[in-house]
Every structure is written in structure tokens, then in C-alpha cells.
Design a protein around this ligand. Structure first.
Ligand SMILES: Nc1nc2c(c(=O)[nH]1)N[C@H]1C(S)=C(S)[C@@H](COP(=O)(O)O)O[C@H]1N2
Ligand SMILES: [Mo]
Length: 226
């Protein structure tokens, strides 16, 4: 087992036990090329699917020992987790100190038990959006499937009933309106990754677009299609 995984799980266990040290935030929290905003902009594909809680299900499968489909009630019965993180959108806005509550990715992984073959995770959403991440990016102490933001249920425009939060990646790597989580033995590209966005999406290295610091010719930006 990788040491980084064990260390992340240890940090997470401390958070779950309420024993995590308060985060000392560096002064330098704004990744290069970003500006801080104090509102919470909405970015979507122009569709905000209406999913009633009674119809909501989160399917989790692929390279796992125990595939599952969680109802809303099942989801809320799982151990609950609250964390504060910063949010960076590739369209250059960042918002600090976002408090999200929900279920940790670690909790989901412990339930379904990814097999040794699992190396990547593919996320599918109720609006047709998708995104992909390496498994080790998801297995971190700050990654969760959130149902609340700042103590209130996530609104539909921000991805309710539930959305994925991966603070160390640009926000497009976090699926709103989450519907399905598939553990994969290979990487497949999601919606924006197929359209010129970086597959790795690290805000600290301004890893915005695939193979180039600037958009490739003909690149359609997020905002252009809204
Ligand atoms: N299902 C879904 N998830 C999505 C998107 C989307 O269009 N559909 N947009 C992504 C992008 S590009 C960003 S920046 C964030 C925006 O989240 P927000 O609208 O809550 O700010 O969600 C990400 N997750
Ligand atoms: Mo975005």
C-alpha cells in the first residue's frame, strides 16, 4: 500500500474524530492566474436536472468487490463528514473557505472495496456531464460527495442533490448532480477533458489545457457555450 494513501487516510481519520488540527492556511492560497471572488458563480451545461430525492440514486460499481446503489436515505445514513476547502475554477475564479458536508470518498471506497485493478474513477452525472480522476487523487482526506454547502442543502444550480468536491483540482473535476461512480482499470476522458481541458488539472501549476498553456486553436471555452 502506498505511504501517501496511508498518510491521507490518517489525516482523514483525525478529521472524522474531530481531532484534526485547525488548518494553518498559508497566505499564498491563490493559485497563479486566479482571482478571489466572494460569490459562488454557477457553471453548468445549461441544464440543471430536476432529481427528486425519492428518485435519486448513486450507483457505484466497476472494479469493486461490492457494487452498490445508494438511495438518498442510504447516503444520509453513512458516516457524515464536514470539511473546509478552497474552490478553483479554470475560468480564473477562486473562492476560499467553502464548507461542504456529505460523505467522504474514503467511506465510499471502504464500502465498495475497489479491487487491485482499480486505478481510475469515472464520474457520471444527471445532466449528461462526466469527468475522470486517478484513484489516488480521489483517495484524499479532503475529497467528498457533498449534499450541503455552508450548512444548507446544496441548491440545484450548485449540483444538488449531491456533488463531488476535489479541492486539489480545478473545479470541473468535481461532478455536480452525481449519478454514478465507476472504478476503472484505465483512464477514460470526461466531458471537458475531451474538449481540450487538461486531464490532470492542477491549479498550482496552471495546468488548465491539454498539452498547452493556452487553449488549442478552435478550443471552445466553458463560458463560450453558455
Ligand atoms: N454535472 C456537472 N458537473 C459539473 C459541471 C457541469 O456542467 N455539470 N461543471 C463543472 C465546472 S466547469 C465547474 S467550474 C464546477 C462549477 O460548480 P458551481 O456551478 O457550483 O460553481 O462544476 C463542475 N461540475
Ligand atoms: Mo469550471
Amino acid at each position: 500500500m502506498k505511504e501517501s494513501y496511508i498518510a491521507a487516510k490518517e489525516r482523514w481519520a483525525a478529521k472524522m474524530a474531530g481531532k484534526a488540527k485547525p488548518l494553518t492556511r498559508s497566505k499564498d492560497r491563490l493559485p497563479p492566474g486566479q482571482r478571489q471572488v466572494h460569490n459562488f458563480p454557477v457553471l453548468d451545461l445549461g441544464v440543471q436536472p430536476e432529481v427528486s430525492l425519492s428518485n435519486w440514486a448513486l450507483k457505484i460499481g466497476g472494479k469493486v468487490e461490492i457494487p452498490l446503489s445508494l438511495t438518498w436515505k442510504d447516503f444520509l445514513t453513512l458516516p457524515q463528514f464536514t470539511d473546509v476547502s478552497d474552490f478553483h475554477c479554470v475560468t480564473t475564479w477562486s473562492q476560499f473557505d467553502m464548507q461542504f458536508s456529505g460523505v467522504s470518498f474514503f467511506t465510499i471506497a471502504d464500502l465498495v472495496k475497489p479491487t487491485a485493478a482499480a486505478s481510475h474513477v469515472f464520474f457520471k452525472c444527471y445532466d449528461g456531464y462526466s469527468t475522470n480522476n486517478p484513484l489516488d487523487v480521489c483517495m484524499d482526506d479532503d475529497v467528498l460527495i457533498a449534499h450541503s454547502w455552508n450548512g444548507k442543502p446544496l441548491t440545484k444550480e450548485h449540483g444538488g442533490p449531491a456533488r463531488v468536491i476535489i479541492p486539489k483540482r480545478y473545479a470541473w473535476k468535481g461532478a455536480k448532480f452525481i449519478r454514478e461512480i465507476t472504478f476503472m482499470d484505465r483512464d477514460i476522458l470526461g466531458f471537458w477533458e475531451l474538449r481540450g481541458y487538461s486531464n490532470t488539472a492542477d491549479p498550482w501549476s496552471e495546468d488548465r489545457f491539454s498539452n498547452a498553456a493556452t487553449p488549442p486553436p478552435g478550443f471552445q471555452s466553458e463560458t463560450a457555450i453558455y
